[in-house]
Design a protein around this ligand. Structure first.
Ligand SMILES: NC(=O)c1ccc[n+]([C@@H]2O[C@H](COP(=O)([O-])OP(=O)(O)OC[C@H]3O[C@@H](n4cnc5c(N)ncnc54)[C@H](O)[C@@H]3O)[C@@H](O)[C@H]2O)c1
Length: 333
């Protein structure tokens, strides 16, 4: 049994807390939002983020970071990526001993294009980080909290550490964990797929059908692969759980906030109205901005990402943007 501290008691943090508690670990769930923590401790529910779920009573909520981190072995970060740097700074300040960092958030930093592993190595003192693992793959919190069958991957530059975390998170009944030694591919796959999920929602909101969705997923994967490989990912990673697998689940399921946000934008709502109507984080919007500038800087062609950027940030009409996509020069697949 390990002591595991989860930073971020939102949907996915709560889903992982249930899983780790089922695996008989001591689980501490930390959040800056005191009302969420009080509800977890008093009622073992988290209605704002997981209306359907119930947490085991042994999962304890914490609002004090030092208490949450004392003698813990593993720190799992599950906060929106826009706060991840600050959250890691706070963890570094409160932490008194070395731990394994596992990140379950998905995204890259817009101005720096840094992945969460890079941010962690910048923000955590060397003597407090044993190593870094990313846990990612097709995994909606809403299904994990119902203990529905799920597969994910633990990726790390240190394969022994990935294997160690694989055993911590794996559950023979409902949560199967693979390992991977391609951190770049796993982190970028998880970030870029949210942009394609927005596009999938937009297409559906506009009334396009399954042919368009299949085209989007396939061509979306092609541009995920182009960007990731350009910066050192292994091509095959993009065809695995952390790439194609995550892309399928997020671009086809109503559980995906990115897909839902796209649906609303495609049906004519503006970005502000859309984001205000979804209480949880919609990572695809920020990832879209990051991927747009990253691809421009690296001279990588990402027509779908550029189209989503045009709709969201340049307020272009989705139908005009799709027309432009369809009228590009013909080419070999
Ligand atoms: N929801 C899912 O099914 C799912 C699955 C896999 C990965 N993810 C990824 O996990 C990340 C979190 O997503 P979510 O769905 O749980 O988000 P969410 O919006 O449901 O919850 C985020 C939580 O983080 C808390 N928080 C904000 N700032 C904090 C800080 N500085 N310190 C501690 N807590 C803080 C918020 O109070 C909130 O409780 C995202 O990057 C998302 O892409 C989500």
């Amino acid at each position: 049994m390990s002591v595991v501290t989860i930073i971020g008691a939102g949907s996915w943090g709560s889903g992982l807390a249930l899983l780790l508690s089922d695996n008989n670990h001591e689980v501490r769930l930390y959040d800056v939002d005191k009302t969420v923590i009080d509800e977890i401790n008093e009622h073992h529910t988290n209605k704002k983020y997981l209306p359907e779920g119930k947490l085991p009573e042994k999962v304890k909520g914490f609002n004090n970071l030092e208490d949450a981190l004392s003698n813990t072995e593993i720190v799992v970060t599950v906060v929106p990526t826009k706060v991840i740097r600050n959250a890691l700074k706070a963890v570094n300040q409160a932490l008194k001993h070395p731990v394994i960092f596992v990140n379950a958030s998905k995204g890259i930093e817009p101005q720096t294009f840094k992945r969460v592993s890079e941010i962690a190595y910048e923000e955590i003192d060397k003597d407090k980080i044993i190593g870094f693992v990313v846990l990612t793959g097709p995994s909606h919190a809403e299904e994990v909290i119902q203990r529905q069958l799920t597969t994910v991957t633990c990726a790390s530059d240190n394969i022994e550490l990935a294997e160690y975390c694989q055993k911590i998170f794996n559950n023979d009944e409902y949560f199967r964990v693979y390992t991977l030694n391609d951190l770049i591919g796993a982190e970028l796959g998880g970030a870029i797929k949210n942009v394609i999920a927005l596009a999938a929602g937009i297409l559906t909101g506009l009334g396009y059908g399954d042919n368009a969705k299949a085209a989007l997923i396939t061509r979306g994967l092609a541009e995920m692969r182009r960007l990731a490989v350009k910066v050192g990912a292994k091509e095959e990673t993009l065809f695995g759980l952390t790439g194609l697998g995550d892309l399928i689940v997020t671009a086809t399921s109503l559980h995906s906030r990115n897909y839902q946000a796209g649906l609303k934008i495609g049906s004519g709502k503006n970005l502000q109205e859309t984001l205000a109507s979804i209480p949880m984080v919609v990572e695809g919007v920020r990832s879209c901005e990051a991927c747009y500038y990253y691809a421009k800087q690296l001279d990588v062609d990402m027509p779908i990402t550029f189209a989503v950027y045009d709709v969201i940030f340049n307020k272009r009409e989705p139908r005009d943007v799709i027309k432009k996509l369809m009228q590009r020069d013909l080419k070999h697949e």
